[in-house]
Design a binder for this molecule. Structure first.
Ligand code: HQG
Length: 179
């Protein structure tokens, strides 16, 4: 598979595992897992292609695990809009985290802080370079906001770290943000 085919398949897998499983006849369990065989059938792909996307994916979006029942399952590590309990345990964050967004969102973010939009959590990056890439997905100029995660943690906000290193929290009030 060439790079473009990998990106295309990664997007189809994201859609099936994070947003619209029913569209392709999948029913993820509470943790968001589906049997690997079911995903292969639903997307009409072979195992080698799935493994290639799971292994090479730039962001390690997907995880494969064998359950106690011997069945191999796959899920997205974060980014869902369907209800899912990822079973993450709260984790003390680094002092600073970063959020990449568009300058067109700045006024609104200054007024109301960061919201989770359609996803389960606000997504924060561990470094500025990653946040830059996240923000570059939006139209407009990229802005990287610095989040005072140390202060948030002190004030009782809970953070989680997904299997692929994305930091998650429910919301970031404007007072903890700096441009
Ligand atoms: C913005 C991708 C106005 C927020 C990425 C963002 C990430 C506000 C957008 C992951 C706002 C939500 C998540 C407010 C937040 N006013 N705009 N008060 N609060 N926003 O896609 O963080 O490729 O749901 O800044 O790389 O961009 O899917 O979140 O622009 O890791 O694996 O509302 O998704 O990963 O957009 O991206 P998103 P995000 P994947």
């Amino acid at each position: 598979m060439d790079h473009r085919a990998m990106v295309r398949l990664s997007k189809r897998m994201s859609r099936a595992l994070r947003h619209e499983p029913a569209r392709v006849g999948l029913v993820p369990d509470q943790g968001g897992w589906v049997p690997v065989e079911d995903l292969l059938g639903a997307l009409r792909i072979d195992r080698a292609d799935l493994d290639a996307v799971v292994a090479d994916n730039d962001k390690q979006r997907f995880a494969v695990e064998r359950g106690a029942d011997g069945v191999e399952r796959v899920r997205a590590s974060q980014g869902h809009s369907i209800p899912v309990d990822l079973g993450l345990t709260p984790c003390p964050p680094p002092a600073r985290l970063y959020h990449g967004t568009s300058d067109t969102a700045l006024d609104s973010i200054r007024a109301t802080g960061l919201h989770r939009a359609g996803r389960h959590h606000v997504h924060l990056s561990p470094d500025e370079a990653t946040a830059q890439r996240v923000g570059a997905r939006r139209a407009g100029g990229v802005v990287v906001l610095t989040v005072d995660a140390a202060a948030m943690a002190r004030d009782g906000h809970v953070f989680y770290r997904s299997a692929n290193g994305v930091w998650l929290t429910d919301a970031v009030p404007a007072g903890y943000l700096a441009v």
